[in-house]
Design a protein around this ligand. Structure first.
Ligand SMILES: Cc1cc2nc3c(=O)[nH]c(=O)nc-3n(C[C@H](O)[C@H](O)[C@H](O)COP(=O)(O)OP(=O)(O)OC[C@H]3O[C@@H](n4cnc5c(N)ncnc54)[C@H](O)[C@@H]3O)c2cc1C
Length: 467
């Protein structure tokens, strides 16, 4: 029997692929996706258990998925690195946080003005279509009530710091009034891959193939995908291929395809966790409140971004899981949680310390140097000093570095456009095969933006219109 040849196949069903598909289907009537759903079969053979030492609160209970993701994709994570992944409908996009940077332009300056405009337009379209909270310009805003405990008022006359407001990835329309975040249905209204699919794509003609891709190769003008579902192998043939498997897997598939045996640096934003003790209760009724503002250095805004959120049940559960010794204090910690202020401090990708390399028939992810102590202490102290001077916290804080990779922001391995070492052109096509398109974070770099998903989705949406 003659094998079916697809015109186009998308791999992955995270927010990058779905954003691509959403705009692709504006002009086309159907699409096929290869993406693997949760399964009971246990794949985990590669010993990656050390990465589970601290699962982010959103991913607690998903241990098997995380391990299977690496086993299936034959990626071995060396000790000390804490990269995460989860192979199921939506991948990491189903656990992702709640904030998007809105000043995306600064990270697009390497591209032609035409490309910059297209990505920015797609970004605004996503904001409007998904009814996100915040403001992209004066005409497009869904304003929400900010918590006055830690807000931009604190920084009015600050010499060193400035604030930026993120977009919050919840759906809601303001209709002239400010939205009360405590009344948001977090599960239903957040921008996860599953919710995006239900809202925008459920009634479209999308055919899911429940397989994972093991290898890509070329035959004449076509692309061959060798896939498996753990029991059976299957081969797909396509004229055009769109990869949105998340940076790690897309990078490994392309390294294999291009026979790159040298190491590739994975860009990321090393993260420091800080805990401060507030003098007053920071009342909030959300399970996981996003930060209402980001703190940056005035003289070097891309060096780091700090965000602030009150303690919540999910974070306390994660804390206890990680430090079992705290279990007898669970009740007390929950009682006091609204006095805790948690901060993520995401650092410039020049301090990235993750690498991927092919080794025999699998891939290894590892880190090399160890910067964290001096650098992180310095940043942590700066922020603590600022909060202390505001008289909002007690003179006590805890910094914790969860390891390289535990920021979940992996990007910039293949890069597009005119950048050094670009493997892709400005349309995100592989220079060596224009029929392969990359729509996830591996094509982009985020120096100013420390919350990359908005740009990833906007770029994928742009490619979906143009392909
Ligand atoms: C807890 C957490 C909090 C986060 N918070 C934020 C935040 O606040 N702001 C922000 O901007 N970003 C945040 N991120 C990062 C964000 O989640 C990622 O940037 C985003 O998920 C990337 O989307 P993606 O579609 O490229 O990849 P993914 O969401 O990982 O999707 C990849 C897809 O590919 C599929 N896949 C993988 N391997 C294969 C294979 N071999 N064959 C077929 N399919 C495959 C997966 O099943 C999945 O469908 C957070 C991440 C986590 C985990």
């Amino acid at each position: 029997m003659k094998k079916k040849i697809y015109d186009i196949l998308v791999v992955g069903s995270g927010l990058s692929s779905l954003s691509f598909i959403d705009s692709y289907l504006e002009k086309n009537d159907k699409i096929d996706i290869i993406s693997f759903k949760k399964t009971k079969k246990i794949f985990s053979q590669i010993n990656n258990k050390h990465i589970l030492k601290i699962l982010p609160p959103q991913m607690i209970g998903e241990e098997k998925q995380v391990l299977d993701y690496f086993s299936i994709n034959k990626i071995f994570i060396k000790n000390k690195t804490k990269i995460f992944g989860s192979l199921e409908f939506g991948g990491l996009s189903n656990y992702w946080g709640l904030q998007i940077d809105k000043n995306i332009k600064k990270d697009l300056i390497h591209y032609s003005t035409k490309t910059q405009k297209k990505i920015i337009n797609s970004f605004i379209e996503i904001f409007i279509k998904q009814n996100l909270l915040g403001e992209v310009d004066k005409n497009n805003q869904n304003l929400f009530e900010k918590n006055p405990y830690i807000d931009e008022e604190l920084l009015k006359n600050n010499k060193f710091f400035k604030t930026e407001e993120p977009i919050l990835a919840f759906r809601k329309k303001a209709r002239g009034k400010k939205i009360n975040l405590n009344l948001i249905n977090e599960k239903k209204e957040s921008l996860t891959a599953n919710n995006f699919f239900k809202r925008n794509l459920k009634n479209r003609k999308i055919i899911f193939h429940n397989y994972f891709v093991e290898k890509i190769s070329k035959y004449k003008k076509q692309i061959i995908l060798q896939c498996s579902n753990g029991f059976q192998k299957k081969t797909f043939i396509t004229k055009k291929l769109v990869l949105g498997c998340g940076t790690l897997v897309t990078t490994k598939l392309i390294m294999d395809y291009l026979k790159i045996n040298t190491e590739i640096k994975i860009n990321h934003h090393p993260r420091l966790f800080s805990l401060y003790f507030s003098k007053k209760k920071w009342v909030n009724k959300m399970n996981f409140q996003p930060s209402h503002f980001h703190l940056k250095l005035k003289n070097n805004p891309s060096l780091f971004t700090a965000d602030f959120r009150p303690g919540n049940k999910l974070i306390i559960d994660a804390l206890i899981k990680f430090k079992k010794i705290l279990f007898p204090l669970k009740f007390l910690l929950n009682f006091l949680r609204e006095y805790f202020i948690f901060s993520n401090i995401f650092i410039h990708p020049k301090y990235s310390n993750l690498y991927i390399k092919k080794q025999n028939n699998h891939f290894v992810v590892y880190s090399k140097k160890n910067y964290q102590n001096k650098l992180f202490k310095e940043f942590g102290k700066k922020i603590y000093t600022f909060l202390k001077s505001s008289k909002k916290i007690f003179p006590l804080y805890i910094n914790y570095f969860p390891g390289y990779g535990a920021d979940f922001h992996y990007f910039g391995t293949l890069l597009m456009g005119n950048l050094k070492k670009s493997i892709l052109n400005e349309n995100c096509q592989l220079n060596k095969n224009k029929n392969i398109y990359i729509v996830d974070g591996s094509a982009l770099k985020f120096q100013n933006n420390k919350y990359p998903l908005g740009v990833i989705m906007a770029n994928a949406r742009r490619i979906g219109k143009e392909i």
